[in-house]
Design a protein around this ligand. Structure first.
Ligand code: BGC
Length: 423
């Protein structure tokens, strides 16, 4: 009797075991895991726009939105590294081209090349060569870009400046900016909003000030080892940065970058030096370009465009490869680029988008991108190896406390040596 009842059960178990791989396949075939750090109001809205286009193009796929909060990816990247090293990759993840993509993800073999996709989508015809170069290694492309941010922007609250009698033209020098800050401070207004609960945000203020002092050629020289990090110009940049820190909000270390932008939106602070993901926050808050807020190149940086480009990869052994390839096609499409970038603050990378869909800030940034020197960001992992990026963050952490210019520059010289940033 016992044997009789067990027999069908055994059969059932065998049948289930046979079906299980198919069930797992059926399940995995319907998913796509996208890993990013896009969690601020503007970032999340823009990411949603990418998802919306994808869902229209590829119905029936469940998107797993794997985000780790923390601007600049400061918290997301370590989590990602652990997953990659443990053989548990998301299907696709956010990556900056340049050193971050090629050194941290391609070199160790975590990515699949995308040259076939670049060919079948004809992207070579509609993408700027200089950008494609940043994501190419061994003749192959390794990510698809959703957009390009300009890192060296100075944002301001128009009403606050008007009230203080400050007018901003289409360029500003560091001395003019310091004079404006002094005037605001005397009038009881906090001049500069910084939200450096993640140290990268104040490192960004330094990066922008550094470009404003060394200029585009100096920038290229620094990151190719032709100019030393204790050059008098770098020291001068550190001194200016120290002066700027005197004008920042007292609660800076408790705030995130987007909370600092909120302080500008609400008129609690006048300015903030931040990449144009800040524009995504203004947009999310329904504020209008040139009416509620304005912008200018960070002091001294007119003529330079610090590139902070956002790409997505295809993982080697991606659990959902076909869905991921569709995702990459989707974010590289004209439609995605036109939906995503107005919300994100970045500009599309495709040269064939409908420019009339973009507002005044985007028009300004597109013009700058087309005519200015394009320079990779160090704070966002493009210009130098991860070890140098980390060393810069460490040196900045120390500098905001002791303002020791010589020690700061020596630390960078040492880090450049260790990272092989040489002539
Ligand atoms: C990314 C942007 C992002 C910003 C703040 C940068 O590293 O490229 O897309 O909005 O960090 O999180």
């Amino acid at each position: 009797m016992k044997i009789n009842t067990c027999l069908p059960l055994t059969k059932l178990a065998t049948a289930l075991a046979l079906l299980l791989p198919f069930a797992a396949f059926a399940d995995s075939a319907k998913k796509l895991e996208v890993f990013s750090w896009w969690t601020s109001g503007g970032e999340a809205a823009a990411l949603d726009a990418l998802f919306k286009v994808y869902k229209e193009r590829t119905p029936g796929v469940e998107i797993v939105n794997a985000t780790v909060a923390g601007g600049g990816g400061s918290a997301a990247r370590p989590v990602l590294q652990t997953r990659l090293a443990g053989g548990n990759p998301p299907d696709t993840w956010q990556a900056h081209p340049g050193w971050e993509l090629l050194g941290q993800y391609v070199e160790p073999g975590y990515c699949e090349p995308l040259n076939d996709l670049y060919q079948s989508e004809n992207w070579g015809k509609v993408l700027p060569e200089q950008l494609v170069k940043l994501l190419t290694k061994d003749g192959k492309q390794w990510c698809v870009l959703a957009g390009v941010h300009r890192g060296n922007d100075l944002w301001y609250n128009k009403k606050v400046l008007e009230k203080a009698g400050i007018k901003i033209g289409d360029t500003i020098s560091i001395d003019e900016f310091l004079a404006d800050c002094a005037k605001l401070k005397a009038a009881g207004v906090t001049p500069l909003a910084v939200g450096d609960s993640g140290i990268w945000a104040t490192a960004q203020l330094f990066e922008n000030t550094l470009l404003g002092t060394v200029g585009p050629t100096g920038w290229q020289d620094l990151f190719s080892g032709k100019m030393a990090f204790d050059d008098p110009k770098v020291k001068q940049a550190a001194q200016s940065y120290a002066k700027l820190l005197e004008y920042q909000n007292s609660d800076h270390s408790a705030l995130t970058w987007d909370q600092a932008i909120k302080a500008v939106e609400e008129g609690r602070c006048a300015f903030s030096s931040m990449g144009d993901w800040a524009h995504g926050e203004f947009t999310k808050a329904n504020l209008k370009d040139d009416v509620d807020f304005g912008w200018v190149s960070h002091p001294g940086t007119k003529g330079g465009f610090i590139v902070v480009a956002d790409g997505f990869t295809l993982a080697k052994n991606a659990p959902h490869k076909a869905e991921t390839v569709s995702w990459l096609k989707s974010i590289g499409s004209k439609e995605s680029q036109e939906e995503f970038n107005p919300l994100k603050g970045s500009i599309p990378i495709r040269t064939d988008v409908d420019k009339s869909k973009f507002g005044p800030y985007h028009q300004w940034s597109m013009k700058s991108f087309a005519s200015d020197a394009l320079l990779p960001s160090c704070v966002h992992g493009e210009a130098a190896p991860a070890a140098f990026q980390q060393a810069l963050n460490d040196a900045i952490t120390q500098f905001v406390v002791d303002k020791n210019v010589d020690a700061f520059c020596s630390a960078l010289v040492q880090a450049a040596k260790e990272s092989n940033i040489t002539k």
